[in-house]
Design a protein around this ligand. Structure first.
Ligand code: MG
Length: 419
């Protein structure tokens, strides 16, 4: 148990809908919903919420009741990209973060700010996320992760709620059903004993809670009293990074399959670069019909530790050609690091020719990574993801950096040309 901790919970506001509004001017300030591909509203913008749109709601119901609300297909790749960028920005402020779900991040900010300064700290982070991503987040601050998470839900959108250890009584009226970790059955059981709010629970001595309830609830009570018992699951010690992509429609051709692999390699490499790590080998794999639950894999060794998508794809492509089978319906692709990661501890001195080439690739990757941030919310993918397509379309010209979904192409040559 740690005392005097300051935790922060950063939560994207109406995240999927906001990503759509951020990438498409047409939807800004408009009532929109996401989930067309499933025929169900799965996310709604604040403008649509204001009209009374609820989720889940069927497409038919939405069209009947709210014909003015646009229903868009989900674009998970875009949301994941926004999610990564959100987490990378938070990581610039504080290194101790845990991944959380797609639209949220926990951070232990005890080492980088104080209770006096945490408001300014959180506001600066909120401002940067808003400017760089084109969407808003709500932030909760508290002495434990549980309190931080409850706090971020107090005020939305773009809320900032700070609950200091001296003012924990502000939580006492919060119903237990709004507390993360309290499931429906626990809630029912507690309600049966007249325990409905946080205040009702905390009236009991900790020893009594321990006698009457199970361990998770005992821990939760500590958390609600301001004693941190839950720790961040940081990437410290994380020994793998992976990316899996399932397709709405099965893929049967090699070229689009290669493109999907390439995109996942990109994603894994971006994650590696964000944590200044390189991998010695990657596992590539796929799932195919009819046995869609089995992941078939191969491992590809890198001659030198790498976080460069071009390098890894050139190694993986041969393997992929070898495992590709005609008439197979591919359902998903997987890319993951294999074995321990190599973490960079200090600036490397480049001496050999290969080191020089690697330095050039690193420099270009840094440019690409920072360009992604500079694109005002537009997800950016390197051309290696489109290389396969282009190869067949135009006989393999110089691939370009491309912003998917917008048809804009940036005129920057593909990294693979540097050898
Ligand atoms: Mg959210």
């Amino acid at each position: 148990m740690a005392a005097n901790k300051i935790f922060m919970h950063v939560d994207g506001d109406a995240f999927f809908a906001s990503c759509e509004q951020s990438t498409n001017m047409q939807w800004r300030g408009k009532p929109i919903a996401v989930g067309r591909e499933r025929g169900i509203v799965t996310a709604i913008s604040y403008e649509a919420k204001a009209l009374g749109v609820k989720r889940p709601m069927s497409e038919t119901e939405l069209r009947r009741q709210f014909p003015q609300v646009a229903l868009l297909a989900s674009d998970y790749r875009k949301y994941e990209l926004f999610s990564e960028r959100m987490k990378n920005i938070v990581r610039r402020y504080v290194s101790d973060i845990s991944e959380g779900s797609i639209d949220e991040t926990f951070a232990d900010v005890s080492a980088v700010t104080t209770w006096h300064e945490v408001r300014a700290f959180a506001e600066a982070l909120q401002e940067e996320l808003c400017t760089k991503l084109g969407l808003t987040v709500s932030i909760g601050v508290g002495p434990t992760m549980t309190i931080a998470k409850i706090s971020s839900g107090f005020k939305k959108p773009r809320g900032l709620t700070i609950v200091t250890p001296e003012h924990l009584e502000v939580l006492h009226d919060v119903p237990l059903r709004n507390v993360p970790g309290i499931g429906g059955r626990t809630e029912e059981k507690l309600a049966g004993e007249g325990i409905v709010t946080i205040g009702n629970l905390l009236v009991l001595e900790q020893a009594e809670i321990a006698r009457r309830f199970n361990k998770p609830l005992v821990e939760l009570a500590y958390e609600l009293r301001g004693t941190a018992v839950r720790a961040l699951e940081t990437r410290e010690g994380t020994q793998s990074v992976s990316s899996i992509q399932a397709f709405l429609e099965p893929i049967m051709e090699f070229t689009p399959l290669l493109t999907e692999f390439s995109r996942n390699v990109e994603r894994v490499c971006r994650k590696l670069r964000a944590q200044h790590a390189r991998t010695n080998a990657v596992t590539i794999g796929y799932k195919a019909f009819p046995d869609v639950h089995t992941l078939i894999t191969r491992t590809v060794k890198c001659p030198a530790p790498s976080n460069d998508a071009g390098t890894i794809m050139s190694l993986a492509e041969t393997e992929l050609r070898a495992i590709f089978r005609r008439s197979t319906k591919y359902r998903a692709v997987y890319v993951g690091t294999h074995g321990a990661l190599a973490h960079e501890t200090q600036e490397k001195l480049f001496t050999t020719k290969e080191d020089e080439a690697q330095k050039k690739r690193d420099t270009l990757n840094t440019v690409v990574d920072s360009l992604m941030f500079a694109q005002g919310g537009l997800p950016l993918e390197r051309a290696s993801s489109l290389r396969a397509q282009r190869h067949e379309e135009d006989g393999g010209g110089t691939p370009l950096l491309k912003i998917p979904h917008s048809h804009k192409v940036l005129d920057i040559p593909y990294l693979g040309s540097i050898t």
